[in-house]
Design a protein around this ligand. Structure first.
Ligand SMILES: NC(=O)c1ccc[n+]([C@@H]2O[C@H](COP(=O)([O-])OP(=O)(O)OC[C@H]3O[C@@H](n4cnc5c(N)ncnc54)[C@H](OP(=O)(O)O)[C@@H]3O)[C@@H](O)[C@H]2O)c1
Length: 334
């Protein structure tokens, strides 16, 4: 094996639950020559996302599944080292679906050039990328909270949740963040500046929420589903909104996903529950980008990143999402 060759992480089998290191396999295949319209990119960071679980099942989703043997699909960011594409030169930085690999030859059209004056390249995978946009549009467009309304956010110490928590606070909402464990609870309260932080592992979440939101919930930004979604439904106010961003508590068994049993509260309270993905807002990315850049410059928002070094640790990092091992946006540094 040529140790100067790039490393690829390939999907070897579809996981049934959240099992097994043998889901992924590493290869060291040499790169093809850079052809017209293509660029060779040396990756600096790879994004590790719960959504990858959905790409590893043949079930219908918003994207086709990754085929067995293919390089695992992932957002990444890297520096162009060779280019045969118009308007792209060596030294430029690009982001997009780069895959879990150290270096790759990719079509430039499927990638986006980034401007490193606004942030470090890795920021374009966290607060200035898909993570930040998901929090921005999910909260402000789907949830549409008014100032002083009560907003509850689950997985609040995670990538999307930590940004959504801070945006809700910026918008003058009464913010309740939910996370697992005292360390994350402290982070949500003292660094993200939520008004209340609940540790769902410490006591039943329904009881804790009832005490924290005695008058009910106007907007629930759901990242986890399951018991927490049911608890929030039980407290939803009249004309309240539930934002379905994700349901990570259900990703372990994609064939046995459990829906909310409390959904009739939507009828009783004339409330709304709506899913979304970032794809719904592609034409409005500049608006979210400008807002996130400005909030960070003024110190109103922080982008917490959790960095794991080395592509060979991708399987371990992916598992961290489900054990709660990450605080903030989980990234692999190449
Ligand atoms: N709709 C979209 O366009 C879109 C885009 C990106 C992400 N998402 C979704 O948003 C959610 C968060 O994604 P992210 O990238 O920001 O990940 P993340 O929150 O940084 O990481 C996942 C976190 O989920 C929590 N978690 C794991 N298992 C759980 C369980 N059984 N019950 C409760 N909490 C659990 C853990 O935090 P604790 O330690 O607090 O348990 C973990 O740190 C996911 O559901 C994801 O699928 C949706």
């Amino acid at each position: 094996m040529d140790h100067a060759s790039p490393i690829q992480c390939r999907l070897q089998r579809y996981p049934t639950r959240l099992d097994g290191a043998d889901v992924f396999a590493f290869s060291r295949d040499p790169l093809s020559r850079v052809g017209p319209g293509e660029v060779r990119i040396r990756m600096s960071h790879i994004s590790v996302d719960p959504g990858m679980r959905g790409w590893m099942t043949p079930k219908r989703s918003y994207m086709p599944p990754v085929k067995l043997g293919e390089v695992m699909r992932a957002f990444g960011v890297g520096e162009v080292v060779e280019s045969q594409a118009d308007g792209v030169s060596p030294g430029d930085w690009m982001t997009g679906f780069t895959g879990v690999q150290t270096e790759a030859v990719l079509r430039a059209q499927g990638l986006r050039k980034i401007d490193t004056r606004w942030g470090a390249p890795r920021d374009y995978l966290s607060g200035l990328g898909m993570t930040g946009y998901t929090a921005y549009f999910g909260l402000l467009n789907v949830g549409a909270p008014g100032a002083s309304e009560t907003v509850v956010i689950s997985a609040a110490a995670g990538a999307v949740g930590s940004i959504a928590t801070q945006i809700a606070r910026i918008k003058g909402c009464h913010v309740i963040g939910i996370a697992g464990g005292p360390h994350k609870q402290d982070f949500v309260l003292n660094q993200l500046k939520a008004h209340t932080a609940l540790d769902y592992k410490a006591a039943p979440i329904a009881e804790q929420l009832r005490a924290a939101a005695p008058n009910g919930i106007d907007v629930y930004f759901d990242n986890v589903g399951g018991e927490t979604l049911d608890a929030a439904l039980g407290l939803i106010k009249r004309h309240g909104r539930i934002v379905l961003c994700g349901g990570i508590s259900q990703y372990g068994d994609m064939d046995g996903v459990r829906g909310p049993s409390n959904y009739l509260q939507l009828v009783a309270q004339s409330a709304r529950m709506q899913g979304f993905t970032m794809r719904d807002y592609l034409d409005r990315i500049p608006e979210a980008f400008a807002a996130l850049v400005q909030w960070r410059a003024s110190g109103e928002i922080i982008f917490r990143e959790h960095i794991v070094k080395g592509i060979e640790r991708f399987p371990e990092a992916f598992a961290m999402l489900f054990s709660g091992g990450n605080e903030g946006k989980l990234l692999i540094e190449i």
